[in-house]
Write a protein that binds this ligand. Sequence first.
Ligand code: E4P
Length: 235
Amino acid sequence: MPKHGGQNSQKEQEEIRMKFFADTSDIDAIKDLADLGMLDGVTTNPSIIAKSGKEFIPLIKEITQVCSGPVSAEVASTDFDTMMKEGEKLATIADNIAVKVPLTEAGLKVCKRLSDAGTMVNVTLCFQPMQALLAAKAGATFISPFVGRLDDISQTGMELIADILTIYEGYPDFHTEVLVASVRHPQHILESARMGADVVTCPPDVIKKLYKHPLTDKGLADFVADWKKTGQSIL
Ligand code: E4P
């Protein structure tokens, strides 16, 4: 059962829709998803930035100019003091920055401080439900459980999502959104939607796979061929 049900105003509907974030720093791919109307935010991590070969801060700034939704930019240090400084600097890039911090003791402290100061925080590298409980208590805007990496070690990543959603539902004062991360294929998105997860962050090609079906292609080819036989034109 989706966790949000019943009649809602237009604004509430906008707030509760399942959000699609692009898990990439590829500007062209981000623009492409925006054109498709399937872009609600962007997530990056140090590996994605390294792969881009580009300079971090200008790249994140460029992404915030293309995407008006939350753009996650991750701190690079692991100690509290440096993470705080990095987080505060990242937060100045744009109003829609979500500072990403790892799920460590120092990361939770940074989450609490930045959240209290009004900055969006995405707590990343979550692999068990109690970590998600702590992130919510620290005021995280998003918790990022990594489903694909759990699948990779023969655990069932989606069970973690179900557990976190159940725990959060029991505490209506938590406003942390469950952001399903490390998504590898459409089945992860289907299961996330069935469970009512708030957000999925996906490589753009996985989002594009969602609309493809061989019967759609075949049906369209038949319709185009039959329409030609009529010799008519709508315009
Ligand atoms: C996004 O926030 C995560 O960093 C990303 O989804 C991790 O994905 P991966 O496990 O495929 O690297």
